[in-house]
Design a protein around this ligand. Structure first.
Ligand SMILES: CC(C)(COP(=O)(O)OP(=O)(O)OC[C@H]1O[C@@H](n2cnc3c(N)ncnc32)[C@H](O)[C@@H]1OP(=O)(O)O)[C@@H](O)C(=O)NCCC(=O)NCCS
Length: 165
């Protein structure tokens, strides 16, 4: 049976947050772990929008903190499904910080996550294919196979560690 195809636009998700003091360190920039939890949440929402199923995070394979967000900044998170396997979805997340007083907006974080659709028993289940639309989405789609292979290598490298309790 032919698999359904869905535009990237279906999973495109935006979230806006305010950086407040409890989320920051002693130099008033946001904790990396806080940003990571936002990234994980938006990636799950984006993946669920793509497949309309329950999803779990299988891996977060890179998180690059290229800039800092300070107290009072606005964090804007953008996510979409950039490619799919049979049951897994690669989700690309980009985080911007915006200083509304200075009218400055910059990218602070980029990340790739793998989310897997599961059924009631937690068994991986098939997801629709994704169709990229924009130049950025097409580039991410075209380069996804390389990242998938790299991910497999990492999982294989870590396998002996998983066995040791
Ligand atoms: C993710 C999970 C469902 C995979 O189950 P599994 O029995 O290993 O299933 P499979 O080997 O059939 O893999 C299913 C898909 O997940 C992918 N996958 C599995 N482990 C992966 C990993 N570490 N990183 C990236 N992708 C992974 C596989 O490549 C496969 O993708 P495909 O169907 O698109 O080819 C299972 O390991 C799990 O439930 N993990 C816990 C998830 C969780 O609780 N996350 C929250 C944070 S703790």
């Amino acid at each position: 049976m032919n698999r359904q195809s869905t535009s990237v636009n279906q999973s495109h998700t935006l979230q806006t947050r305010l950086v407040i003091p409890p989320d920051t360190n002693h130099i008033e920039t946001i904790f990396g772990g806080k940003v990571l939890s936002y990234i994980d949440e938006i990636a799950a929402i984006s993946a669920m929008r793509h497949c309309n199923k329950v999803v779990v995070t299988a891996s977060i394979d890179s998180v690059n903190f290229v800039g800092a967000a300070k107290v009072g900044d606005i964090l804007i998170l953008e996510a979409f499904v950039s490619s799919t396997g049979r049951t897994s979805m690669e989700v690309y997340v980009k985080v911007y910080s915006e200083n509304l007083l200075e009218k400055v907006k910059k990218v602070t974080t980029t990340s790739f996550l793998t989310m897997v659709a599961v059924d009631e028993q937690g068994t991986p289940t098939e997801v629709p294919l994704v169709v990229p639309e924009t130049e950025e989405q097409k580039w991410l789609f075209q380069t996804s196979q390389q990242r998938r292979e790299q991910r497999k290598k990492t999982v294989n490298q870590d396998a002996p560690l998983v066995k040791h309790k």
